[in-house]
Design a protein around this ligand. Sequence first.
Ligand SMILES: Nc1nc2c(c(=O)[nH]1)N[C@H]1C(S)=C(S)[C@@H](COP(=O)(O)O)O[C@H]1N2
Ligand SMILES: [Mo]
Length: 230
Amino acid sequence: MTDLEQRIAAGLAELRARWADRMAATPARTDPAPQGEGPTNRHGMPREPPGQNVLAHHEWPILDLGQTPDVAPERWRLTIDGAVAAPLALSWAELHALPQVDDEQDFHCVTGWSILDLAFRGVRLETLAALARPLPEATHVMCHAADGYSTNLPLEEALKPDVLLVHQLGGRPLAVEHGGPVRMVVPELWAWKGAKWITRLEFLTQDRRGYWEIRGYSNTAHPWRDDRMW
Ligand SMILES: Nc1nc2c(c(=O)[nH]1)N[C@H]1C(S)=C(S)[C@@H](COP(=O)(O)O)O[C@H]1N2
Ligand SMILES: [Mo]
């Protein structure tokens, strides 16, 4: 193992010892009476959360605050700081030097549409957390984006292995209107939890609401519990 691989493995072991039980107990994995329809997803939840319309990939809406930041990959940086033992900043090349993951995921937007089977490629948030080493008192992470957007996550959601910093879709660079060069995806929660044009992961020792959470969106955001507002 290289030094980098060793640091990731040691950081992951520590995070999993601390968070695995809480991750396994989240509603998107254990709700005894999940709402929705269709065959089940990989966690046993109905494929379509309640009231969702499934759209084709080419119909994927673009929803954001209205200004698309132009972040060239050579200038892209991700800062990881706050309640961590080893703050760091990553370049595009450094992000690509980390273990890459391919994952087909569903994308559920609270405004009533879902897209199924998006073939994402990227880096797990847990890999980045393993390098930054959240302090024992860290409980949440605030995701900040280049357009001024932000969204908060409890660590039992953020550290799940399907939470990715995505830079490719279907083998091509992620389109800028969907958050390229790098966006987050959090497939077990509503899509607003995934910041497009991600710039900073700020670990927190208590919860703090992000852009939409301040404006009345649910702070829990569980699709199969129909958590839409407050
Ligand atoms: N940076 C940033 N990320 C964001 C948003 C935003 O306004 N800015 N909107 C969120 C919301 S409300 C949704 S529903 C999804 C939409 O992603 P899409 O435009 O790729 O469909 O992005 C989320 N991430
Ligand atoms: Mo949204």
